[in-house]
Design a protein around this ligand. Structure first.
Ligand SMILES: [Zn+2]
Length: 900
């Protein structure tokens, strides 16, 4: 291939798809050293990541783009280091989300899941999954994710379902799973328990209602109680006060009357009660409030569930039975007002829990659910981080992890849904016992009755995703993959699911495999918009990664996400930065075209051994320094900083400086051109290798052209041993700094400084680029360097080669010259070359005349009566003006003298 085959601009649209399918077809995403193949070496330590499985209902958002970019960077880096590398992809069945999608479709046909029945509903949901379930994984491919798709898994596939079954039964057999009444988050709309993760809290205006609880033994006495949810009065089983609150001492142990219902409930003392909130007395509804539930447990209070699963008042609500919770609130309050029990209402800001999916207010409810007895699992998970078997990056999240696990509650794992892993428990209609087995039973394990029925509920989605790192590798079977790739290496995810997911994987991994599921947890930050607001569809500020990739290319999006991020810190994503990185991609492409063009100009082997120019040595030394820095930064997870350094090197050093100099070196032809082209090719090659994990597509495409161009040139030996694709090429190995590097970099920096100073002066004086300037330089000890670099100075600062004089020092500044000081070097340029002396003289004289006029006027004023009669501050102001004009006059005169 020759240069003219390389398009002028990089066409990411056609390139990305072509390259991705070539990579995938060539098997590059699969690990080398596969356990099921001959020559397998079990001692080669692999690098393994399990993808955080996106919801099968998902559509690509910036959060996905972030984790895919970071994980793909890690994977590509390790793959290029020659380490057997595996990234296991897959998706999550996403219980509620998927079920709602299918229910929505049913509703359009005028159907409901109840109407069609469980079996038909599941058939339709699977059909939906087969049709739409691949969308999210296709979108993840577009990001360049180099996952091993031959190992793709789904949380509801057969293997993973067997893993879930094994996990449940084994926990049950160990007594770590139980069924019982507990207060849970209930979604009345979805009619299921929901996890904390599926609840969103928002501040909303509400009311604080004050009312009287009358004492049973003396109805002239009462306690004022405040509540934000008066309807729950129907479920009260106590009134609590602080044990040391003098206002209420006399009531403790007595009974009060529940309004309307007339039930008697005790007044209890509990130090949980805040004396400052409301009236200092708290109504206790263990059936509908988590804190009240705790207090109720401490005091053995009865639990009354006064709402049904649709959040309507049930039989315990007396006359309000059948009313919706909010309707009941209104009616009960009105009845209490009639009865003279209402004290007052005041506005109050509520923290309202709403379900993420349905949007309605979550009702804390007591319900019979399945739970995991979590403490024994949590203890092991705490230990694994404390003793260093698992490291959390950044470290500050370790404390958060400890705190959460130390205060963990039992885990409610049942969900009243149909889409998911059905709970493997069969209840016997005859003896009432439960049968829990690995294979579906046809009779009761206790009495042999065949009248058994499976629990209708399914398991929380997090139960199956908690098994993800090992279930995806074949567990519970001891497969070769599990033996070799487990424990995995890295768990990379957003910090907001540290508990929901990461902690559960650690607990489950330790419980079922006896090993930590991964050795490092790397947490990235959340992505916010350019103003720091959280991105969500409802806010309407989302950067859509699909549109961004369409318009600016995948590499630009990835580069922006990776360079803008640091472990655990949120980042603000601004489309302007993606645009800037699209420009960087174009810069890389243009530099690549230039290098390939130079290779085309070399048509002969060199006649002599290489003699490198200062610029050649400088760029090579800088690249070696960069390789060392990037390696150090990668080892400490500072990918953003590594990307910034690569960007700066490529743009500001390679493209802006070396390429400019290389143009002139190439023009010399012969050996100089040969060795310049060689340097260009080497720098481009190594830069592309290091940029590859950040921007995989453009680097692969350009590297392929570079390889071809080298093969077709006299420099073919340069690419001997290169593989056919950059994705599997070697990562540049850092080497120790060599003796010559520091001096070489310092010398070239001086050359750069001199050129910059000259360029600035030219710009300041508007000297046209075509005018070559004479220059004299007094360089002291740097004389030899500047003499040797004269051609570079001439070329890059547009100096007149015949009138460039470099000497040791000058005795005095030459007249009529402008002097520039650049470190130890003084540069003199004749002013006549920079400005038109006559015009400048005229301008200065005119300005001086005006200033002199002002001076005369002020001198006259200040010697008149004004100086005595005017206020002192006014006089001083005029004196200051005079001083200013005298200064200006002196400067103008000095400038005039310098023109002589
Ligand atoms: Zn039985």
């Amino acid at each position: 291939m020759t240069t003219h085959d390389l398009p002028k601009t990089y066409d990411f649209k056609t390139t990305e798809e072509r390259i991705y399918s070539w990579w995938e077809k060539s098997g590059y995403f699969q690990p080398v050293n596969k356990p099921d193949q001959p020559g397998f070496d079990p001692d080669r330590k692999p690098f393994v990541i399990s993808i955080p499985p996106p919801n099968v209902t998902g559509e690509l958002h910036v959060g996905h783009a972030m984790f895919v970019s970071v994980e793909d960077l890690m994977i590509r880096y390790h793959r290029m280091k020659g380490i057997p590398t595996l990234w296991v992809p897959g998706s999550d069945h996403a219980g509620i989300a998927t079920q709602l999608q299918v229910e929505k479709l049913l509703a359009r046909e005028g159907l409901s899941r109840e109407a069609i029945g469980r079996e038909e509903f599941l058939r339709r949901t699977w059909a939906w999954k087969h049709k739409y379930g691949g969308i999210i994984t296709q979108q993840i491919r577009r990001l360049g994710a180099s996952c091993d798709w031959t190992r793709e898994r789904f949380t509801l596939d057969d293997g993973l379902s067997r893993a879930v079954r094994e996990a449940f039964v084994s926990l049950y057999e160990k007594g770590l799973i139980y069924r019982g009444p507990r207060l849970i988050n209930w979604s009345p709309g979805l009619k299921t328990a929901v996890s904390d993760l599926e609840v969103e809290y928002a501040e909303e205006p509400g009311t604080l209602y004050y009312f009287k609880y009358l004492l049973a033994d003396n109805q002239d006495e009462f306690i004022v109680v405040a509540t934000t949810r008066p309807e729950t009065i129907l479920g009260d089983t106590a009134v609590a006060v602080h044990p040391e609150d003098p206002r209420y001492q006399k009531f403790v142990g007595r009974k009060v009357i529940v309004p309307v219902l007339g039930r008697l409930i005790p007044v209890i003392a509990d130090s949980y009660v805040s004396r400052e909130f409301g009236s200092g007395a708290l109504k206790i509804t263990p059936g509908h409030d988590p804190n009240d539930y705790e207090i109720g447990q401490r005091h053995n209070l009865p639990i009354i569930s006064m709402l049904d699963e649709a959040a309507q008042v049930n039989v315990h609500g007396g006359p309000y039975q059948g009313q919706d919770r909010f309707e009941c609130r209104k009616n009960l309050w009105e009845d209490m007002r009639q009865a003279g029990l209402v004290v007052k209402e005041e506005p109050y800001t509520l923290n309202v829990p709403r379900t993420q999916r349905g949007g309605e207010i979550v009702e804390p409810m007591v319900s019979t659910q399945w739970f995991v007895h979590i403490q024994p699992l949590a203890d092991k998970a705490l230990e694994a981080v404390r003793d260093g078997r698992i490291r959390i990056v950044p470290e500050r999240f370790t404390k958060v992890y400890y705190n959460w696990l130390e205060n963990i509650q039992d885990w409610c794992i049942s969900r009243q849904l149909w889409w998911g892993h059905r709970i493997p428990v069969w209840y016997c209609a005859e003896c009432g016992q439960s049968t829990v087995t690995r294979e579906n039973p046809d009779q009761c394990a206790h009495c042999g009755s065949t009248h058994i029925e499976q629990d209708p509920d399914v398991l929380d989605t997090w139960f199956s995703s908690g098994l993800w790192p090992f279930s995806t590798l074949g567990w519970p079977d001891q497969t070769p993959d599990l033996a070799y790739f487990y424990p995995t290496t890295m768990m990379e995810t957003a910090y907001d699911i540290l508990f929901f997911w990461v902690a559960r994987m650690i607990m489950m991994g330790l419980e079922f495999t006896g090993e930590v599921p991964f050795s490092t947890v790397y947490l990235h930050g959340l992505i916010r918009d350019e103003n720091g607001r959280k991105m969500s569809k409802s806010h309407g500020v989302a950067v859509d990664p699909l549109i961004t990739m369409d318009e600016l290319g995948t590499d630009a999006l990835r580069f922006t996400l990776l360079v803008g991020s640091s472990p655990g810190n949120d980042m603000n994503l601004d489309l302007k930065r993606v645009e800037a990185n699209r420009n960087f991609a174009n810069k890389v492409w243009n530099a690549g075209r230039f290098v390939i063009g130079c290779l085309g100009q070399v048509n002969a082997e060199p006649v002599a051994d290489p003699v490198w120019t200062l610029a050649d040595s400088w760029i090579w030394a800088r690249l070696q320094g960069l390789i060392r820095d990037v390696e150090r930064l990668f080892q400490s997870y500072q990918y953003g900083e590594a990307g910034r350094q690569l960007y700066d090197f490529f743009w500001s050093e390679f493209a802006d400086w070396y390429l400019e100099i290389a143009k002139h070196q190439m023009a010399n032809g012969g050996d100089r051109a040969y060795y310049t082209a060689k340097t260009l090719a080497r720098i481009l090659d190594l830069s592309l290798r290091m940029l590859h994990p950040f921007a995989p597509f453009i680097t692969e495409e350009l590297w392929g052209h570079l390889r071809q161009a080298l093969q077709d040139s006299p420099l073919a030996t340069e690419c001997a041993g290169w593989p056919e694709a950059l994705i599997i090429a070697n990562w540049p190995a850092p080497r120790a700094e060599e003796q010559w590097e520091a001096k070489c970099v310092a010398d070239f920096s001086l050359v750069q400084d001199v050129i910059r100073a000259l360029r600035n002066l030219r710009a300041e004086k508007n000297v046209p680029p075509s005018r070559l300037l004479p220059a004299r330089m007094a360089a002291g000890e740097q004389m030899d360097v500047l003499i040797e670099q004269a051609p570079t100075l001439v070329a890059l600062a547009q100096l007149d080669p015949l009138q460039l004089k470099v000497c040791d020092k000058v005795s005095e500044k030459p007249a009529g010259h402008v002097g520039l000081v650049v470190g130890p070097v003084e540069i003199f340029l004749p002013l006549s070359e920079l400005v038109n002396v006559e015009e400048e003289k005229a301008r200065l004289e005119k300005a001086l005349g005006e200033v002199d006029g002002q001076i005369i006027r002020l001198e006259k004023l200040l010697s008149s009566q004004f100086a005595e009669k005017a206020p002192a501050d006014v006089v001083q102001k005029e004196r200051d003006k005079l001083t200013g004009f005298r200064d200006t006059a002196a400067k103008l005169k000095a400038q005039l003298v310098s023109l002589e």
